[in-house]
Design a protein around this ligand. Structure first.
Ligand code: ADE
Length: 241
């Protein structure tokens, strides 16, 4: 996968791209990530990228010219998904991450402080995403969130491939509780069943705990119509408890 990031603050990405999974994915050449400062594409004397809004009002608006020029400088940009990060976008989730991981080329467009000229939205961008109902100073942090969740899904990035499949949301349910050594910590014991070595019983316990947690915390994630008889019975039992 190739990822191009258009930003006025490329230095914000150094920590995230130079650590952990995103670092490893680049080293393994599963992904090539390229930072582009679109100020470099301004043709004005003072390298301006924004201007006052027509019609008046507060704040500045990002001009179309440098952003169009920066995108058009990217090889094969016509085939890429061009993703703008704003609070007005569609709310990002695991389903969208799964969809984006199939793409060969993503271009992320980050604004900062200010809005985008509407023509960028109408004639350049293919997707507009938000990472939640709150306002960030810019699209950079949102781009890091989306990029991280997509890149970790690419084959060969995570050591243990199974861990993606059991993540919260991949199964449609929240993750079950996990424990490691010691067996007793400050008098708090690990549930007996996990020490039993009885794989089928452990699977059943985990599925039940996943449902329990999801019912308690995110009942909106459970679609009764999509469950089989066994899981419906499990839900009934949990609701009774
Ligand atoms: N830019 C500012 N706030 C944002 C948000 N919540 N999601 C995506 N991009 C943003």
């Amino acid at each position: 996968m190739k990822i191009d990031i258009l930003t006025l603050f490329p230095e914000m990405f150094q920590g995230v791209l130079g650590s952990s999974i995103l670092k490893r994915a680049q080293e393994k050449e599963v992904v090539k990530i390229n930072l582009i400062n679109f100020r470099d594409f301004s043709t004005s004397k003072h390298k301006t990228v924004d201007d006052y809004p027509y019609g008046g009002g507060n704040g500045m608006v990002l001009k179309p010219e440098p952003i169009f020029a920066a995108v058009e400088s990217i090889t094969d940009h016509e085939k890429a998904r061009i993703i703008m990060l704003t609070p007005q976008g569609k709310t990002f989730n695991q389903r969208i991450a799964e969809e984006l991981k199939e793409e060969k080329h993503l271009i992320f467009l980050c604004g900062h402080y200010e809005g985008f000229d509407e023509r960028i939205r109408e004639h350049l961008v293919t997707d507009e995403l938000s990472i939640g109902d709150y306002v960030l100073t810019g699209g950079e942090l949102a781009t890091m969130v989306v990029m991280d969740s997509v890149v970790r899904l690419l084959p060969g990035v995570l050591g243990n491939e199974g861990s993606v499949e059991t993540d919260s949301f991949s199964t449609g349910l929240l993750e079950y509780p996990q424990y490691t050594r010691p067996e007793v910590f400050r008098e708090w014991k690990v549930p007996e069943i996990l020490l039993s070595g009885h794989h089928q019983k452990i699977e059943e316990w985990r599925r039940k705990e996943s449902f329990k947690r999801t019912l308690e915390r995110r009942p909106d994630l459970i679609d009764i119509n999509k469950l089989d008889e066994k899981d419906r019975a499990l839900i009934k039992e949990l609701k009774r408890d």
